[in-house]
Design a protein around this ligand. Sequence first.
Ligand SMILES: NC(=O)C1=CN([C@@H]2O[C@H](COP(=O)(O)OP(=O)(O)OC[C@H]3O[C@@H](n4cnc5c(N)ncnc54)[C@H](O)[C@@H]3O)[C@@H](O)[C@H]2O)C=CC1
Ligand SMILES: O=C([O-])CC(=O)C(=O)O
Length: 329
Amino acid sequence: MEANQRIARISAHLHPSNPQMEREHAILRRDGCRAKGGAPGFKVAILGAAGGIGQPLAMLMKMNPLVSVLHLYDVVNSPGVTADISHMDTGAVVRGFLGQQQLESALTGVDLVVIPAGVPRKPGMTRDDLFNINAGIVKTLCEGIAKCCPNAIVNLISNPVNSTVPIAAEVFKKAGTYDPKKLLGVTMLDVVRANTFVAEVLGLDPREVNVPVVGGHAGVTILPLLSQVKPPCSFTPEETEYLTKRIQDGGTEVVQAYAAVKFADACLRGLRGDAGIVECAFVASQVTELPFFASKVKLGRGGAEEVHQLGPLNEYERTGETGYFGVYH
Ligand SMILES: NC(=O)C1=CN([C@@H]2O[C@H](COP(=O)(O)OP(=O)(O)OC[C@H]3O[C@@H](n4cnc5c(N)ncnc54)[C@H](O)[C@@H]3O)[C@@H](O)[C@H]2O)C=CC1
Ligand SMILES: O=C([O-])CC(=O)C(=O)O
């Protein structure tokens, strides 16, 4: 009973109609994106914030000094997650939003929207098996974005990324708000994995390794460019085969929020105007004949301001067993 009352009090506190929240909101509105007591920064919304990716992502974003306001939206459990995260003694002000009737409040005035909402894979499933459920979820969330924060940068994590990004593009086109530079599918996890696995093989610190990963975010569409690893190095055919397969299949080993945070942080540094921010992402692209493709992009105030060419590919990458690039020379 007591616990229930406490939960009710917490929920009331976190509800956007709570007077204290209203006051906080008013302060935030007056100061633009400067949070109460915090440094100037960006307003970020996480949609699906109570999930396996959403919760650690929320925690890590609360620790990011570029974030002044953090909105945590989910259809379940967001009040409890918000209470937890909001007690962290870092600058960002945290607000919780629960259920579709609060989606618009969660999105209003936001600079960056990160979307890990939707169902994850169970053993034996491919990412494509998630399409039926996640397509509808992403559509609804993107309709909210088109209405409430049409200029925000969108980091789309929900799988299958190869399909949810084109769906989001169609929603934005229909609403007349589509800016291809601002819609980015998160493939950073492929890069993070590639850096780690390549560093293991080379006996290096993963932080010193950079492996571009291009294509898409499922199975053979994930193509690590092992010929372009920095620092420059070479691999035996067996190592190439092992690393390519391990990077492609990494999603069945583990899922993690770290990569989502790393990518969101890169987007925020781009928004701030930092120079030389280049990361891989799944974006609208003319690099191949496919309409969306992951490759290196330069992140700036406008989002993915430049989509880089793939650079020279070796024989394996062009025509290797994955066959993915067989048609692109
Ligand atoms: N792009 C990438 O690198 C990665 C993508 N993923 C994908 O991210 C998604 C989430 O994965 P997990 O966090 O592990 O799943 P999860 O099931 O733990 O969390 C998903 C969250 O989304 C929420 N949700 C469901 N419908 C919603 C809606 N209409 N609006 C807002 N929130 C909603 C759920 O309540 C839940 O809290 C999956 O589709 C997964 O495949 C996961 C890891 C990496
Ligand atoms: O594999 C999954 O289902 C989640 C994901 O996208 C990844 O870990 O790369």
